[in-house]
Design a protein around this ligand. Sequence first.
Ligand SMILES: *Cc1c(COP(=O)(O)O)cnc(C)c1O
Length: 387
Amino acid sequence: MKFSTRAIHTGQEADPTTGATIVPIYATSTYTQEAVGVNKGFDYSRTVNPTRVALEKQLASLEDAAYCSAFSSGMGATNTVMNLLSAGDHVVVGEDLYGGTYRLFSKVYERYGITFSYVDAAVPENVRAALRANTKLIWLETPTNPLLNLVDIASVTALKTAGVLLCVDNTFASPYFQRPLALGADIVVHSTTKYIGGHSDVVGGAVITNDADIAQRVKFHQNAVGAVPGPFDAFLTMRGAKTLALRMREHAKNAGEVARFLAGRSDVAKVYYPGLESHPQYALAKRQMRGFGGMVSLVPAGPVERAMAFARSLKLFSLAESLGGVESLINHPARMTHGSIPKEERERRGITDSLLRLSVGIEDVEDLIADLRQALDTTAELASAKA
Ligand SMILES: *Cc1c(COP(=O)(O)O)cnc(C)c1O
């Protein structure tokens, strides 16, 4: 079966007890057992819940994978991958990554005796150079947040030594546009809060793999640590994911038009979008992804005040954290999503104070472009002010 058919059917057979066509929200913490040790495979909802099981089957199928564990947030999913490591282990991290992931690594897991090397993974050789005898994990995001750089997953797979797991945070591309497992990754992590849920109404995460041993260890920690989604959250995420393909096609179409519009403006200093031919990794994007996604970053010309005034002048793009919902959002990475990265480190990576990130929604693109145009025009005077 193909992508959308699986999104709508996998794990979602009619309910065995009632015939309900849509998987019910099994709001129960416990299950009545026939006798001690005799049950229908369900004993306690931290361990297993039918609504969550349906979501896990659906999400596994979207990555062409055998196993999925669902979590109460993307960070819960990331944390559980980190639970597979032990004190003394080393991790190589693509440095351009989600601020909350950086915070978890630097503020929590460093205290636990795990060490991290941050490298520019857009050059795979940098990953190889950082590998040590005690390296157990390579952690990548691609496209990266917020600069939309790409990492060549297959090249990193090729240089990985025995005993090193490769985990890819696939949140930005979504499984519709990119399948890291097929390129050799061992584990895929998602913040389902974003494109998979798709409607900015539920927080969740997932860990997906084809490796039975990894899957079993992740399940163990899912139950042992307990960052599980409730059945209501599982239901909402599952409902969102049914339309992932439709939404992603619209996100990418709109984002491409928005990126081309911005690139054509002389008062926009920089546009970052993997679908622009001017993107330094355009060829890799075409090879590695089935579409270029819905995220566009830009630097309006002029001083920081211009960027701020531009963001404030937008009417359809809400100033908000997060991404991947049907509605368009604008974010100021330096002070919002990436505020937990020290300023010096941010600037070194190109996350300047004037950088803005758009999550291009699926509204009519003419309206989105009209909004961007009026916000650029009304702040144009500030563009020529000295930076
Ligand atoms: C949002 C996000 C996360 C964290 O997910 P939550 O659901 O907010 O916990 C991780 N990685 C990326 C790329 C994200 O955008």
